[in-house]
Design a protein around this ligand. Structure first.
Ligand SMILES: [Ca+2]
Ligand SMILES: [Ca+2]
Length: 150
């Protein structure tokens, strides 16, 4: 079965309450619980599900990406979609601020620190200086610092 990355992003609205109404082919709510504490849970649901539901294929796709055996490039491409909060195909400074706000939630970082962190990451990774990270720039940055994906 083809479970490789599809470049077509899913523009679906995720409704958490629908999760419990899935048919038997869908993932049960309990099976998703390990993702509930994930700071990007809503993005994971959005990127991987179809119309807010998890079909069997969606779950296979998600499992294949989160698997240790998954090709790093596929993981990076999914991460790119997860972190592209405004879904414009690039990761800009606002996306990065969103990312750090979620990732460092509860770490008592001030808004200024988040903004400056996002700015310095963008500065470093934005090789063509257009103030946005393309998939290629993102891949390159991740490859240099694999911890970023964790
Ligand atoms: Ca974006
Ligand atoms: Ca760029």
């Amino acid at each position: 079965m083809e479970v490789a990355f599809s470049p077509k992003p899913y523009y679906v609205v995720y409704e958490g309450k629908r999760m419990g109404q899935c048919s038997s082919q869908c993932m049960k709510k309990e099976e998703l619980e390990e993702y509930e504490v994930h700071p990007f849970r809503d993005r994971i649901c959005k990127v991987f599900s179809t119309d807010g539901y998890f079909t069997f294929e969606d779950i296979l796709g998600m499992a294949s990406v989160f698997s240790d055996l998954a090709c790093p490039i596929i993981k990076i491409e999914y991460a790119f979609h997860l972190y592209d909060f405004n879904e414009d195909g690039f990761i800009d400074e606002e996306d990065l601020q969103n990312f750090f706000r979620r990732l460092l939630n509860g770490k008592n970082l001030s808004e200024e620190e988040i903004v400056s962190l996002a700015h310095s990451v963008l500065e470093e990774a934005d090789t063509d200086k257009d103030k946005m990270l393309s998939l290629l720039e993102f891949e390159y940055a991740i490859t240099k610092s694999p911890d970023f994906l964790q």
